[in-house]
Design a protein. Sequence first.
Length: 149
Amino acid sequence: MAILTVRTVGDPVLRSECEEITVFDDDLKKLIADMLETMYEVNGVGLAGPQIGINKKIFTFGNIDGREGYIINPVLETGDEDQEGGEGCLSVPGISSDTPRKNWARVTGVDADNKPLVLEGEGLFARMLQHETDHLYGTLFIDRLVGEE
Ligand code: ZN
């Protein structure tokens, strides 16, 4: 396994929409292992492909409600109810801010063998799902701040 370099704001890879993953091979499994290792190394709860320079629809998560995992080609759904809470990002060092999010979210995608995979949760887990899916469309949490934030 290997520790990957986390890209920070200003890097164009963070601002482009990612491509779907279509090849499910051993390289993909190695990428997932490297992303998890990198995420833990930098004490993140989530890490999306573009953050390590990979323009593909994939993210990993861990240390969050006792859950760990990843998803490929996620499609996001959210509930109507809002939640309040602070948020930061490994790619936007030194900044955290209250960021509006929905309280419930679900992503539907596939695993490393191209089998269906669904993740859902509330609160912090839902916040992570929204934050990480945003990355796959070139959106950063600082884009979602309103008013004085
Ligand atoms: Zn982030």
